[in-house]
Design a protein around this ligand. Structure first.
Ligand code: GNR
Ligand code: NI
Length: 169
């Protein structure tokens, strides 16, 4: 049965680790993906990277559907920005930075490659929210966070607030 995992909260240094490529497509990878989906749905998120639950492998889960009935799993996801891209502004949130929402600009046209749980390779040019979300998740796998795109003043403010909340618990 799927179990809920604990989500690391900024500025936990484990969120800065760079995740390793998945090379074994086994039952334990499937189990982790299932646990991550359960964790994401429970937290009302639309995406979750393994890094956020302290597994440092290149695995992402996502469900951007309205009905929350379209789970997607990306193993070893990577993207190239296409030549005719424009910057697209979108208000993002992050389960690892509760209470922090900011408008972030990202390229709106990418070519995405990934593998599924069996190791089969896929390629697609996503649109809309998926394009935003997968860039946000791949950032997590590279130890990067939304706060890295905002001013150091805002970053320090949210850092101090979340540290204070953490110590109060
Ligand atoms: O739940 C989430 N919502 C969201 C909204 C806009 C852009 C990205 C996201 S991902 C986020 C969940 C999360 O923290 N994933 O890493
Ligand atoms: Ni996030």
């Amino acid at each position: 049965m799927a179990k809920k995992l604990k989500i690391l909260i900024f500025p936990d240094p484990r969120l800065r680790k760079v995740a390793n490529k998945v090379v074994k497509f086994d039952k334990s990878l499937q189990n982790l993906a299932n646990d991550m989906l359960a964790t994401m749905y429970d937290a009302n998120g639309i995406g979750l990277a393994a890094t956020q639950v302290d597994y440092h492998i290149r695995l992402v889960v996502m469900d951007i559907s309205e009905e929350k009935n379209d789970p997607k799993i990306f193993v070893n996801p990577a993207y190239k920005v296409l030549d005719d891209y424009k910057l697209f502004e979108f208000e993002e949130g992050c389960l690892s930075i509760p209470g922090f929402n900011e408008i972030i600009s990202r390229p709106d046209k990418i070519e995405l490659i990934w593998q599924d749980l069996s190791g089969k390779e896929h390629k697609d040019c996503p649109e809309g929210l998926l394009t935003v979300c997968i860039q946000h998740e791949i950032d997590h796998l590279d130890g990067k966070l939304m706060v890295d795109y905002v001013s150091s003043l805002k970053r320090d403010r949210v850092r101090k607030k979340l540290l204070k909340d953490f110590k109060r618990k």
